[in-house]
Structures are given as C-alpha cells and as structure tokens.
Design a protein around this ligand. Structure first.
Ligand SMILES: [Zn+2]
Ligand SMILES: [Zn+2]
Length: 263
C-alpha cells in the first residue's frame, strides 16, 4: 500500500505542477508581452490569488491520490468490484482500448456537467464549489484549485466507471493525463483556437478556453467540460458566448492600444 501511495502521489504532483507551471511561466511571465493579444480578460489577477491556487491544488492532488489508493487497495482486498488489466490483448487489444477511451470521455463529460450544475445550487455552492470560483480571472494553476469535497467529486467518476468497464492501466494513465492537460488549457487565461471555432457548425461542439473563462467571470452558465453538448441541449450556454469569443479572438489581429503589431 505504501508503494502504491508513493507512486500515485509522486505521479500526481510531478505531472501537474511542471505542466501548469510551464504554461504559467511562458504565458504569464516570460512572453507576457507577446501573448497579451491572446488574453481572454485583459487584466491579470493579484499574485496572492495565484499563490492560493497553487497551494489549494496540492489539496486536490492529495485527494486524487487518496481516491486512487483506496480504489486499488479495495479491489485487491476484494471489497470493490471492477478490473484494471495490464495484458493489452485480454479484451481484444486496441479496438477495446479505444472504445474505453471514448466511453470514459462521454461518462466524464456527463458526470462533470450534472455534478457541476448540482454544486452551483444554493447550500452546496458555498460548501463545495466557492473555492474554485474565487478565481474570477483564473491562471493555469486554478485547474485543480478545488475544495477537498469537490476534489472528491471531480475524481470519483473514474472509480465508478471502472466498477462497470474493465480498463487497461495505460488507458487510465493516458485519460487522466489528457483530462489534466485539458483542465489546465481551459484555465490558461488565453485563447489560441481560431476565430471561427465557436461559430463553426462542427467545431462549436468542442469547448474552448474562453468558454470556461466566461464561467469563472460570470458564474451561472457554460457548465460543460470537453464538449459543448450538454450546455447546448440544456440551454445553459451564456447567450453571448459566440459574440464574446469573436471579440476575444479579434483582438489578436488588431494593432491595439497596447502597442502590439498585428499578426
Ligand atoms: Zn462552477
Ligand atoms: Zn474552472
């Protein structure tokens, strides 16, 4: 158990802080002037807000580790159902592994959307979700800035999924890494997708960094994760999302007041 804990704790910390930290260093410090034209909100938050995000992210990483260790130990002890397998051929190789990637993505999207709607309800919001929303202008380190209770809800979906669907060890590792990188992407504070993205008939179904940034700035809309599916069918996208996206992405083409040359 000690070995599993050390492995998971190290993996969680070693992949989160360097990736989020590198994005922060390049965009917010080193090339800050150059990337200003890609910023979603022109202003920057106070340093003590970013420091809070950095510290609170450690709480989330510890909770994620606890969930992972409990799941592995519980399965080994025969208390929990489900299977994490290592022999890639066991369920027919790549086709099954790709299928589980698709299924876990759909499940994560659905779990996140409805859990997110729930924690925005009065009573639960203050207790669970307020910590994440203290960042109205998030930095990449806000990605895991969760209250411990929310960190539990953010991580438990994967354990529930493995109760039903056997997953390959590397698929789990790949999925959690992808989910982490995307989460950092949505909290960058910068929009790098092309200006036509949010109004394109196909690509508009994939969420942008601006989409989640609006959620932090305005709270009661834009709840979804990877895809814009649930927000569109439930009517919870901010009505001005596409207009705001166009304004954000137009700025990069203007020789504007900050003295930037058009690119
Ligand atoms: Zn929220
Ligand atoms: Zn967020």
């Amino acid at each position: 158990m000690q070995k599993i804990t050390t492995f998971q704790l190290t993996m969680n910390f070693v992949r989160y802080y360097p990736v989020a930290g590198l994005a922060f260093f390049i965009l917010w410090i080193w090339k800050k002037g150059y990337f200003q034209r890609f910023r979603i909100q022109q202003a920057f938050p106070r340093w003590d807000r970013v420091r809070y995000e950095i510290i609170q992210s450690a709480v989330t990483l510890v909770v994620f580790t606890a969930i992972g260790v409990a799941a592995v130990s519980g399965r080994k002890a025969g208390i929990l159902p489900g299977e994490i397998y290592r022999d890639a051929d066991k369920y027919g190789g790549w086709p099954y592994m790709l299928l589980t990637i698709a299924l876990v993505t759909v499940w994560h999207e659905t779990w996140f959307y409805w859990m997110h709607r729930l924690v925005h309800r009065k009573g639960l919001y203050k207790l669970i979700h307020l910590v994440h929303h203290k960042s109205t202008n998030p930095s990449p380190l806000a990605a895991y800035n969760f209250h411990a209770l929310e960190a539990f809800l953010e991580g438990i979906y994967l354990v529930l999924f493995t109760f039903v669907v056997p997953m390959h060890f590397w698929v789990i590792l790949g999925h959690t890494f992808y989910a982490m990188v995307m989460n950092i992407w949505w909290h960058l504070g910068y929009e790098f997708f092309p200006s036509w993205w949010a109004s394109h008939p196909v690509f508009k179904w994939i969420n942008t960094s601006t989409h989640h940034n609006m959620h932090h700035a305005k709270f009661d809309g834009n709840y979804s994760l990877y895809f814009n599916f649930w927000d569109r069918i439930m009517g919870t996208n901010f009505p001005d999302y596409e207009k705001h996206y166009a304004e954000v992405t137009e700025r990069r083409f203007k020789a504007n007041v900050e003295g930037l040359r058009p690119i």
